[in-house]
Write a protein that binds this ligand. Structure first.
Ligand SMILES: C[S@@+](CC[C@H](N)C(=O)[O-])C[C@H]1O[C@@H](n2cnc3c(N)ncnc32)[C@H](O)[C@@H]1O
Length: 233
C-alpha cells in the first residue's frame, strides 16, 4: 500500500485556488506516470555521489525522487530516507526496490508544492532536476542546523538546448543562493545548462569550527555583481 501525503497548510504559504493546484497536480501526475510506464529509470547523479558526505549521516529527504535510485544510494550510505514524487508509478518502483533490498527508504506520493515539510528534521535534503519554488521555504525549514541541501537542475541556458522548455521550470543565474539566504553556500556552479548549489544550514558545531550564517562570512560564496550574466527577464 502506497502512502499518499496529506498536505497541511504551511505558515506563510501563498494561498492558491485549490482547483488550480489540483489541475496542475493532475496534469503533472498523468504526464510523469506515462513517462515512467514507458520504463524511464532515475539515474544516480554524480553530484550526489561526490558531495553527500558533506552531510552528517542521519535522516535524508529526496524531493521528486522518480524511481528512487538516489534515495536508495543514500540509504546504502547509512541514511534513513524519506522520498516522494508526484508519480505513483515511479514511487511504486522506488518502494519495491527499497523493500527488495531491505533499505530504510519511506516512499510517498505527493506534490512538492503541498509537502508538509517538518521543521528541523533532515540532515540532508536533495533535489535533482526538478524545480518547485513554492517548496523553498519548507526546504530551509526542514533542514536541521548543520544539515545540507544538494540542489541541481537546469538553468535558463537550457533554452538553447531545448527551446520548448517552459522558462519557469529553469533557474535564473544565482537564483538559488539568493532564494536561500539563510543557508551557508558550500559550492555553487553554473556549468553550461545545469546549476549545482550545495549549502549548509548554520547553527551546528563541526569539530573545532562553528558553522556561521552567511551574512557573517564577508564575501564568502556571495553572488557576483548582478548583470554579469545574461539571462531572460
Ligand atoms: C526530470 S524528473 C527528475 C527525477 C529525479 N529527481 C532525477 O533527478 O532523476 C522530474 C521528476 O519530478 C516529478 N514531479 C513533477 N512534478 C512534481 C511535483 N509537483 N511534486 C513532486 N514531484 C514532481 C516527476 O514525476 C519526475 O519524477
Amino acid at each position: 500500500m502506497l502512502e499518499h501525503m496529506t498536505p497541511t497548510p504551511r505558515p506563510g504559504a501563498v494561498e492558491e485556488p485549490a482547483s488550480d493546484l489540483r489541475a496542475a497536480q493532475d496534469e503533472a501526475r498523468s504526464r510523469w506516470d506515462g513517462i515512467y510506464r514507458q520504463g524511464r529509470e532515475t539515474r544516480l547523479h554524480p553530484t550526489l555521489a561526490r558531495f553527500f558526505a558533506l552531510a552528517p549521516v542521519g535522516r535524508a529527504l529526496e524531493i521528486a525522487c522518480g524511481t528512487g535510485t538516489n534515495a536508495l544510494f543514500l540509504a546504502r550510505q547509512g541514511f534513513t530516507v524519506d522520498a516522494f514524487d508526484i508519480s505513483e508509478v515511479a514511487v511504486r518502483k522506488a518502494q519495491q526496490q527499497a523493500r527488495q533490498q531491505g533499505l530504510p527508504v519511506r516512499c510517498f506520493v505527493g506534490d512538492a508544492a503541498a509537502f508538509p515539510f517538518p521543521p528541523e528534521t533532515y540532515d540532508l535534503i536533495v533535489n535533482f532536476y526538478f524545480l518547485e519554488r513554492r517548496a523553498f521555504p519548507g526546504i530551509a525549514r526542514a533542514l536541521k542546523p548543520g544539515g545540507v541541501l544538494i540542489f541541481e537542475t537546469f538553468n535558463w541556458r537550457h533554452l538553447k538546448v531545448r527551446p520548448a522548455t517552459r522558462p519557469e521550470h529553469l533557474l535564473q543565474s544565482w537564483e538559488l543562493p539568493r532564494a536561500f539566504p539563510q543557508l551557508l553556500p558550500l559550492y555553487y556552479r553554473e556549468h553550461e545548462n545545469r546549476t549545482t548549489f550545495i549549502a549548509r544550514k548554520p547553527g551546528a558545531r563541526y569539530g573545532r569550527y562553528l558553522c556561521l550564517p552567511p551574512h557573517l562570512l564577508l564575501g564568502a560564496g556571495l553572488p557576483p555583481a548582478a548583470g554579469r550574466c545574461r539571462q531572460p527577464a
